[in-house]
Design a protein around this ligand. Structure first.
Ligand code: UT7
Length: 328
């Protein structure tokens, strides 16, 4: 990384109260707990209430992150929200969050990179601070995936959950903070994972609603193959750019999509399971919120010590991927 050293000052997370268990899904679609657990590792996920939107989840996670960082909303210079389930087309969820937090001097924008969105957000934020443009940046991954999930489609509805994770970034002492970023995209794979309805290509219409284009469509097997390949290669590339080796990793914080994908990343990086944060059993796949929620939970559980080397790595719709190495 060029410029000032930048790191994470504080973390926060929020998940809605409502739990949707595999047992409940058994009553909704032709599935069963055993299939879901063995194929994905997911046991339950959280679902936002009818009144809750992504900015509401983001607000709670951000308040916790600000408190953990020891700064106030008024100290923020910039808010970046990564989401594929914004409150609305515009204004941006980050502007709605800025107002809720009272972060009066903060600029605000949303970022769309699906499940890789949080890593993309970190890369943006770190560069604003490293170059001296801003001092304090809030990066949030927040999703209400339940609002774009078809609960009659067993291929997707067993996977997704709602939640938000947030971090505050600022300058840190030399030797700490972000060491590298590896971001990528392959737009040719876009149709494999998409919610195609409601934008300028397919504006909302009776036809769009009848064809269920407002919901997530996923070609699971193809995305699985891509994920297994890219999680390993993106992680290795981030390590190479940081001048570090697999053996330097103290904690891997992967995107929480499927336990089998995480397992293959562990094998590729020659890491034991106890060096990996896994919480998808409780929350399912929360897209942009998965990595920051896993990071915040690891921090709360005391699994991260000052000086630890972390590898964060994710993949998702776009197709996109992102990885970062940082010293806590
Ligand atoms: O954040 C990024 C987004 N997404 C992902 O990372 C997801 C990547 N993909 C996956 O995690 C996996 O592909 C899935 C979990 C979605 C599916 O697992 P799979 O091992 O690839 O299963 P499959 O699609 O090959 O399906 C195997 C069988 C099929 O039956 P047949 O054709 O073998 O008779 C499916 O119809 O399992 C059936 N099946 C189900 N059975 C019970 C598919 N979904 C279900 C279900 N319950 N929910």
């Amino acid at each position: 990384m060029i410029g000032k050293p930048v790191g994470i000052w504080g973390t926060g997370m929020y998940v809605p109260e409502r739990v949707l268990s595999n047992a409940e899904l058994e009553k909704m679609v032709d599935t069963n707990d055993e299939w879901i657990v063995t194929r994905t590792g997911i046991k339950e996920r959280r679902i936002a209430s009818a009144e809750q939107a992504s900015s509401d989840l983001a607000y709670h996670a951000s308040v916790e992150a600000l408190a953990n960082a020891g700064i106030t909303a008024e100290d923020l210079d910039l808010i970046i929200v990564a989401t594929i389930t914004p409150d609305m087309a515009f204004p941006s969820t980050s502007c709605i969050l800025q107002d809720k937090l009272g972060a009066k001097k903060a600029a605000a924008f949303d970022l769309s990179a699906a499940c890789s969105g949080f890593i993309y957000g970190l890369a943006n934020a770190a560069n604003f601070i490293a170059t001296g443009i801003y001092k304090h940046v809030l990066v949030v991954g927040t999703e209400c995936l339940s609002k774009i999930t078809d609960y009659t489609d067993r291929n997707t509805c067993i996977l997704f959950g709602d939640g938000a994770g947030a971090v505050v970034l600022g300058e840190v002492e030399e030797g700490r903070g972000f060491r590298s970023f590896e971001l990528g995209a392959d737009g040719s794979g876009g149709p494999l994972l998409t919610a195609a309805g409601g934008g300028s290509r397919n504006p909302i219409s009776q036809e769009v609603l009848e064809s269920k284009k407002q919901f997530i469509y996923m070609a699971g097997k193809e995305v699985f193959k891509f994920a297994v390949k890219i999680m390993g290669s993106a992680g290795e590339e981030a390590l190479r750019k940081a001048g570090l080796d697999k053996t330097d990793i103290d904690l891997l914080v992967p995107h929480q999509a499927n336990f089998r994908i995480i397992q293959s990343s562990l094998e590729r990086l020659s890491l034991p399971e106890d060096k990996c944060m896994i919480n998808l059993n409780k929350y399912g796949n929360m897209s942009a919120a998965s990595i920051p929620v896993a990071l915040a939970e690891a921090n709360k559980e005391g699994r991260i010590k000052p000086g630890d080397t972390l590898l964060l790595v994710g993949f998702g719709g776009g197709l996109t991927w992102g990885a970062t190495v940082l010293v806590w």
